[in-house]
Design a protein around this ligand. Structure first.
Ligand code: NAI
Length: 327
């Protein structure tokens, strides 16, 4: 049994926070025998709500939960953080242009990056969930020069899980039959869920579905699932997003299974023509607490075009935050 792990969650009083904290405290983030200290960051008006959640956490009497601290100061909340889950973000409101959105989020992720740099543990692992997640991760990373760049990641695991579920239901197989699915690019409508290397009971998925379904149903259904949830639920994905954040960190810490991989947005090393430094989703394995991009996959013209389009969008977002002086 290892010592307690300090986990900082931002946006802790939000809807993802509410679905996330109880699973972290019950041992699902790191493992069933790892004690946890929670540190919650919220904006000042939401501190009271965060305290209410902390009361409920206490009422669960979770054996692994050693402490819950709440603050509206990033330098306090990230103190000693081994895992930082950056969930709180500024949502796009009506009439907001992309530049406005990026600027508003720069005001959140720049000081959080600085605070992580100053006070987090040396081994800190950062997952950005708050949108636009890939570019928010880039902003935070730019302000944490002393933290190794690869510790900044963004979440595409929800897209990955959605894609597995859609495919399993189409082929009428259990989700466990599906391996090596990949989400490429940005966590946005341009993302590309790739079935050309995905295996279903050992056979390539793209060869088991017709091209029209792949192109006109599967890809748009996965990419637009977030909007479909909002339409149905009247609120954006929360429990499934929290679940994906748990999956992302659990895999990062505990590794991927032999013969499988997952999807995560991590800083590019130039693999697959993705410009170095962009935080883009790739097929990744995890071992000893490190993600590595799966190498050597053949990318056909159909996939190339879609990967390039999503990566181009990431490049535009990077140029925009550069232009705003945020990185
Ligand atoms: P929410 O609006 O319910 O909660 C966000 C919380 O963040 C609020 O309590 C707010 O007070 C807090 N917050 C705002 N600025 C903050 C700051 N500077 N420091 C600390 N806390 C701050 O939103 P919800 O539903 O929990 O979603 C959170 C984010 O996750 C959104 O940006 C959403 O778009 C994103 N998301 C990402 C997904 C992904 O797959 N990457 C999936 C679903 C949601």
């Amino acid at each position: 049994v290892q010592g307690p792990v300090t986990v900082t969650v931002t946006g802790a009083a939000g809807q993802i926070g509410y679905a996330l904290l109880f699973r972290i405290a019950s041992g699902h983030l790191l493992g069933p025998d790892v004690p946890v200290k929670l540190r919650l960051l919220e904006i000042t008006p939401a501190l009271k709500a965060a305290e209410g959640t902390a009361m409920e956490l206490a009422d669960c009497a979770f054996p692994l939960l050693q402490s819950v601290d709440i603050s509206d100061d990033p330098r306090v909340a990230f103190d000693g953080a081994n895992v930082a889950l950056l969930v709180g973000a500024r949502p796009r409101t009506k009439g907001m242009e992309r530049g406005d959105l990026l600027e508003a989020n720069g005001g959140i992720f720049k000081p959080q990056g600085e605070a992580i740099n100053a006070v987090a543990a040396d081994d800190v692992k950062v997952l950005v969930v708050g949108n636009p997640a890939n570019t928010n991760a880039l902003i935070a990373q730019a302000h944490a020069p002393d933290v190794p760049a690869e510790r900044f990641t963004a979440m595409t695991r929800l897209d990955h899980n959605r894609a597995i579920s859609q495919l399993a239901s189409k082929l009428e197989v259990p989700v466990t039959a599906i391996k090596k699915l990949t989400i490429w690019g940005n966590h946005s409508a341009t993302q590309y869920p790739d079935l050309f290397h995905t295996e279903v009971n050992g056979k390539i998925a793209a060869e088991q579905v017709d091209e029209a379904w792949l192109k006109d149903t599967f890809i748009p259904t996965v990419a637009k699932r977030g909007a479909a949830i909002i339409e149905a639920r009247g609120a954006s994905s929360a429990a499934s997003a929290a679940n994906a954040a748990i999956d992302h960190v659990f895999t990062w810490v505990n590794g991927t299974a032999e013969g499988d991989w997952t999807s995560a947005a991590i800083p590019s090393d130039g693999s697959y023509g993705v410009p170095e430094g962009l935080i883009s989703s790739f097929p990744v394995t995890a071992k000893d607490g490190k993600f590595s991009i799966v190498q050597g996959l053949e990318i056909d013209a159909f996939s190339r075009e879609r990967i390039d389009a999503s990566v181009a969008e990431l490049g535009e977002e990077r140029d925009a935050v550069r232009g705003l002086g945020l990185i």
